[in-house]
Design a protein around this ligand. Structure first.
Ligand code: C5P
Length: 402
């Protein structure tokens, strides 16, 4: 299952490290090429000989190993070599180093320079795990796109019982397989995504806009590409890059331009996800010249309604098309989102909460609830990349049921 995959396994100094011996053996058995990096403290719990034997590779523990004739372990190369870096167990100490960008051992320096995706499985005593600092540090990692495999409840090395156990090796392997498995679940499917804000011009230099960064929409596009889809991404003005042979990106500025781009291609799509924060109104008149300041006089800007792109597509939707809208509500959230589901003829609404820290515009994380005519599924705070994974998991599940 993991044939040809390069996995960099980081092991830090906690009692759960003994389970990483099994993890190393299983990953190697599944066909992965495993290189293990251990911190100096981890050597008190597991020996390099065991890990080198099971992984089939020398264990890496220092920048310049003794007896290597001055040859150094290139942490930059390690991060480039890996398809995935997994740190299991992750102690509170190494977590704080990762969160603050330290680079004083080979493992944390490799993390800091790694360009591959990173997954961590924290393990510590319950009070350490419950400490606000630990939460802040884990949230920081999530913000940086790290997948955190939350610690589990159970008995701990201290004799106490609570949340802090590293996830079992089988669960970590499942998460790794899910992350790396070449999934083609959306092969030959066409997915249309709208992303970012719209800018509605007042004059050649000014516009009415909003703070949408486009991060959620781009994360959805990335995940659709990962699942093998042909993706059309209609993006408002954003600072986000995405390049892929199966991606057709259409950059627009205004709601009317977005409407035109969507109208052009919505008919041929299988799944449509509207994550753009489209301005509901635009200035009625756009001045050809920069509007001048007239002392003592404040101009009044008359607005007109923009087309509701999602509603238009809902009205023209074919039975086999799956239509997803986003909703940002501030009160009676679920009730209002349900109304929108009906009014716009949607199959699913992704409800964004403005009331949760770390969720919404400009953040790298989001906290959403999936609403369909039958279900309300609340998802905890996650990175936008992980939310995108959940969105397609939900879509594929609903598609399979229909
Ligand atoms: O009705 P409301 O604006 O809250 O709906 C939000 C959803 O509708 C989002 O999915 C957004 O992308 C879409 N929308 C749209 N065109 C508009 C306004 C919103 O496609 N003019």
């Amino acid at each position: 299952m993991l044939d040809g995959k390069n996995i960099l396994l980081g092991i830090t100094g906690g009692i759960a490290a003994y389970k990483s011996i099994f993890l190393t053996r299983e990953l190697a058995k599944l066909g992965a090429d495993v290189k293990v990096i251990i911190t100096p403290d981890a050597e008190q719990f597991v020996t390099p000989v065991t890990l080198a034997t099971l992984s089939g590779n020398p264990v890496l523990s220092s920048f310049v190993p003794e007896g290597a004739g001055g040859l150094w372990n290139n942490h930059v190369e390690l991060g480039k070599w890996a398809d995935l870096m997994v740190i299991a167990p992750l102690t509170a100490n190494t977590l704080s180093k990762l969160a603050s960008g330290q680079s004083n051992n080979l493992l944390v320096a490799t993390y800091l320079s790694a360009t591959c995706p990173v997954m961590v499985a924290p393990a510590m005593d319950l009070d350490m795990y419950a400490h606000p600092t630990t939460h802040e540090n884990l949230d920081k990692l999530r913000h940086h796109g790290v997948e955190v495999l939350e610690a589990a409840e159970g008995s701990l090395a201290s004799g106490l019982s609570g949340k802090g156990r590293m996830q079992e090796p089988e669960e970590i392997i499942e998460a790794i397989r899910h992350h790396l498995a070449p999934t083609e679940q959306l092969k030959d499917k066409r997915v249309l995504i709208t992303a970012g804000p719209t800018h509605e011009p007042l004059d050649p230099v000014r516009f009415i806009g909003n703070r949408s960064s486009g991060k959620m929409g781009f994360a959805i596009a990335k995940q659709a590409l990962r699942l093998g889809a042909e993706v059309t991404l209609v993006a408002g003005p954003v600072n986000a890059e995405l390049d892929h042979p199966r991606l057709n990106r259409m950059d627009v500025k205004t709601a009317e331009e977005m409407m035109a781009a969507v109208a052009h291609c919505y008919g041929e799509q299988d799944i449509l996800v509207f994550a753009a924060a489209v301005a509901d109104y635009r200035p009625k008149d756009v001045s050809n010249q920069k509007i001048k300041k007239t002392p003592g006089d404040a101009p009044v800007i008359e607005l007109v309604q923009n087309p509701d792109i999602l509603k238009f597509v809902g009205q023209h939707k074919k039975p086999d098309q799956f239509l997803v809208g986003f909703a940002l509500e501030t009160d009676q959230e679920v009730q209002n989102a349900r109304k929108k589901l009906d009014n716009k003829n949607l199959d699913m609404i992704v409800l964004n909460s403005l009331n949760d820290a770390g969720a919404g515009f400009e953040f790298d994380t989001n906290k959403v609830t999936f609403i369909t005519s039958k279900d309300v599924v609340e998802i905890p705070l996650k990175s936008k990349d992980e939310v995108a994974v959940d969105i397609f998991r939900q879509i594929l599940k609903l598609h399979a049921e229909s």
